[in-house]
Design a protein around this ligand. Structure first.
Ligand code: SF4
Ligand code: SF4
Length: 201
């Protein structure tokens, strides 16, 4: 099928004498400004008014706390992938021979660039980007967020966790689904089974 390509008519960009005065453009700009004076302002009076952001927003990375402990199994992938080496962690053994936990887990928030790669590689959905954006610290030491400061209850992170389920790598389809057969040691799998949730096998 032949494709018709529309070309601009000759002289389309040529300005008339009236256009060259620039009055129409100025008046049209002023008219728009005047109209906006009577509309509801879109400016948010931050910090007096908090800004509510959607689950797609990447705020500071946090660790998911579930059943009174971290979900993290100290695999080290997030620390490995972090471009500015902002994550420092130290794994330790638990009573379960298949399980480890992070005895130390720290993020240097002076280095973090909010890229979200740690969240992307985590096999446990144990580190996620929270909606928190107003972070304050007064010294370099305060900028090192320890495990205690990083742990956030799972229920507070539900919107982001659900968004990740929907949006993360949809091109992989069912193959991206969490598979208990590949994660027999997984804290997440155990917690899902305990709560009677369906886990792909
Ligand atoms: S968001 Fe990016 S920079 Fe920040 S800790 Fe995660 S991987 Fe590192
Ligand atoms: S990738 Fe996830 S499970 Fe592995 S160390 Fe990081 S937070 Fe923990």
């Amino acid at each position: 099928m032949a494709v018709r390509i529309r070309t601009a008519p000759a002289g389309e960009r040529k300005l008339s004498w009236w256009d060259r005065l620039y009055f129409p453009a100025i008046l049209s700009g002023l008219r728009y400004t005047f109209q906006r004076l009577f509309k509801k302002p879109v400016t948010v009076q931050y910090p007096e008014e908090p800004i509510v952001l959607g689950p797609e927003f990447r705020g500071r990375p946090v660790l998911v706390a579930e059943n009174g402990r971290e979900r993290c199994v100290a695999c080290g992938l997030c620390a490995r992938v972090c471009p500015p080496f902002a994550i420092h962690m130290q794994a330790a053994e638990t009573d379960d021979p298949k399980e480890r936990y992070p005895a130390i887990f720290e993020i240097n928030m002076l280095r973090c660039i909010y890229c979200g790669l740690c969240e992307e590689v985590c096999p446990e959905e144990a580190i996620v980007m929270s909606p928190e954006y107003d972070i304050v610290f007064r010294s370099r030491e305060e900028a090192i967020f320890t495990k205690e400061k990083l742990l956030v209850e799972k229920k507070l992170l539900e919107p982001r966790l659900q968004w990740l389920q929907r949006m993360r790598n949809p091109q992989f389809g069912k193959y991206f689904r969490f598979r208990i057969g590949n994660n027999i040691h997984s804290l997440k799998a155990r917690s899902m089974v305990a709560q009677g949730e369906e886990v792909a096998s």
